[in-house]
Structures are given as structure tokens and as C-alpha cells.
Design a protein around this ligand. Structure first.
Ligand SMILES: [Zn+2]
Length: 316
């Protein structure tokens, strides 16, 4: 048996391990279990092409797909004091922050940018659920204030993509204080007569739903997104009643008048362009690009003034 274990088995193993496909090339849809090629999934903005399940997308990828030519400028957010309460549970708060920064490659749970969508200048911010549950921290509050101030300064509409589990526990009352702060920031936009559009993504819950995420002039949600203040289990235990099917989901909230639209991610950009331009009293956006200038025409144009001069000389 030595011959089999020492010689044959390693040979077989080496042949098979060489043929193994790297695992990260395929992503399994959590809804329909279809194996999806990562490239195909990315091109479809992390929406399953089989069952339309909307998976999470990072703020940076979302902005790249939304802004014209994937060009946007990040807006600088003032840095708050770090770890003001010296909070510690199983891990220290600064250690949790470092881990989240390493995991996401982002500084905090909110990204703010300015750019154009369908040649319409806007300011946008997007929350990152993978960064400590997208929790509302002082930085997130600062980000929304910075976005609102920039929008007022440039006289542009503000589009916000929300995703959060609530206020950041590690910042205690200072996290909770971002609810009134962000509400005032949004009020600034309203006083300046600028549109504020909220896109609620899965999941948006807690203090975020009780402040800036519900103050939009137009409230849009992605399909099947969980949106609510308290969790369904808590409500069920409090009222001692079985909750209806689809409770706190985007479609249910649309039926009950809490939302204006439920829009697929792949159609979101066009929808935002239409809404923003309507609210700003602008003509509809031009679809596609203008035709490229004709090379022959370009070559002829500079020659024309000379021709005209030559003709003028003849006339003399
Ligand atoms: Zn699927």
C-alpha cells in the first residue's frame, strides 16, 4: 500500500489541485443558489441575472456606475474626534475601526462625491453597510453636513443612498446626536430650494430611518430592501400579533404609502436623471452621446478663412 499512498495519491492530488478554479471567481446567489461568474455579476451591478436579487454594492462601485464616465470628485469630510468614550466591548473601538477600514478599503461608513449624471451636476453620498453595519457615527453626520453644505454652495441637488443598522453604539449619545444634526443639514437644502432624493437600500433601519433617510422629496427604494425603525421580532413580541408577509420590505412600504418608487438598481441611474431634471425644471436628458465630429469637416474648417481671404484679394 505504500506505493499507492506515497506515490499515486500525491500525483492524483497534484493533477486535481492544478485544475481547481480559484473560488473567488464564482459567487453564489444567496436567493436562488445559482453560481454566477464574478465578472457577469459586476457588470450587472451585483444584481443576480437569474432572480433579480439585489446584493450589496460598495459606495465606490455605485458611484462609478452612476456618474458619467465613472468620473466623480470626492468631497472632503471633516474628521471628528476618534473614540471619544474610550469604548471597549470584546474589542476596543479603534481596533474595530482599523479592521473595518482594512476590510472595505474606505475610511468610514459614508462616501461623499460630486459629479454629473446624464450631464446633470449633482452631489451624492452613499452609506456602506459592510463598514460596521453602515452605522451612523459622528463622521457619517459630518459627511451628510458636508454634502448638504456643498450642494447649497454649488446649487445642486443631493442624492443619498442609505444603508444602516442605526446609530454607532461605540459613540453612544454622540452617534445618536447625528439624528438632529443631519435633519438640520437636510433642512438647509430645503430652505435653498434644492431637491433631496433618498434611495433606500437593503437594509435601512434604526435611527437612520428616523432621520435623514426618510426626509427626501422623493423616496425611492431598491427591490426587496428591508426598511424599518424597530426590528420585526421586537414589534411582534410587543404587540403580540403575527405580522403580515413582506412586512418592512420595499414593496410592502410602497403599497402602504411610505415610498414613492421601487426601482431596480440597473434602472436607477436613468430614473435619478429623470427625477432630478424634472425637479430642477431642466429639459429631458439626451440619451447616448453626441456623434463624434467628422474628421473631414475638421480638416476643412481652418482652411476656410484663408479661402475667404484669397477670394477677397481676387475681388480687389
Ligand atoms: Zn439569484
Amino acid at each position: 500500500m505504500n506505493w499507492i499512498t506515497n506515490y499515486v495519491r500525491p500525483r492524483i492530488n497534484s493533477i486535481f489541485s492544478r485544475r481547481e478554479v480559484p473560488e473567488n471567481l464564482w459567487v453564489k446567489c444567496s436567493e436562488c443558489n445559482t453560481m454566477l461568474f464574478h465578472r457577469e455579476l459586476k457588470d450587472n451591478l451585483n444584481v443576480c441575472p437569474q432572480c433579480d436579487h439585489h446584493m450589496a454594492i460598495s459606495p465606490r462601485d455605485r458611484f462609478a456606475s452612476m456618474f458619467d464616465g465613472a468620473i466623480f470628485t470626492e468631497i472632503k469630510v471633516p474628521e471628528p474626534i476618534s473614540d471619544p468614550l474610550h469604548f471597549k466591548d470584546q474589542k476596543k473601538y479603534p481596533d474595530r475601526m482599523k479592521a473595518a477600514q482594512k476590510k472595505t478599503g474606505e475610511k468610514e461608513a459614508m462616501l461623499v462625491a460630486e459629479g454629473e449624471i446624464g450631464r446633470t451636476p449633482v452631489v451624492a453620498c452613499a452609506q456602506d453597510f459592510s463598514f460596521m453595519g453602515g452605522s451612523m457615527s459622528m463622521y457619517v453626520g459630518n459627511a451628510i453636513v458636508a454634502a448638504a453644505e456643498r450642494a447649497v454652495e454649488l446649487k445642486r441637488p443631493l442624492i443619498l443612498f442609505s444603508a444602516a443598522g442605526g446609530a454607532r453604539m461605540q459613540e453612544g449619545i454622540l452617534g445618536l446626536m447625528q439624528m438632529p444634526r443631519t435633519t438640520i443639514a437636510i433642512q438647509m437644502l430645503k430652505e435653498a430650494g434644492l431637491p433631496y432624493i433618498v434611495v433606500l437600500t437593503h437594509p435601512t433601519t434604526g435611527g437612520v430611518t428616523a432621520s435623514y433617510a426618510m426626509l427626501g422629496d422623493v423616496q425611492i427604494a431598491e427591490p426587496n430592501a428591508l426598511i424599518g425603525f424597530a426590528g420585526a421580532r421586537v414589534i411582534e413580541q410587543t404587540i403580540r400579533e403575527k405580522l403580515p408577509e413582506g412586512f418592512q420590505r420595499a414593496e410592502y412600504l410602497l403599497d402602504h404609502g411610505m415610498l414613492d418608487r421601487v426601482t431596480k438598481r440597473t434602472e436607477m441611474r436613468d430614473e435619478l436623471i429623470t427625477i432630478v431634471r424634472m425637479l430642477l425644471d431642466m429639459p429631458p436628458a439626451i440619451k447616448g452621446d453626441l456623434p463624434a465630429p467628422n474628421a473631414d469637416e475638421l480638416a476643412e474648417t481652418p482652411a476656410e478663412p484663408e479661402k475667404a481671404e484669397a477670394e477677397a484679394g481676387k475681388a480687389d
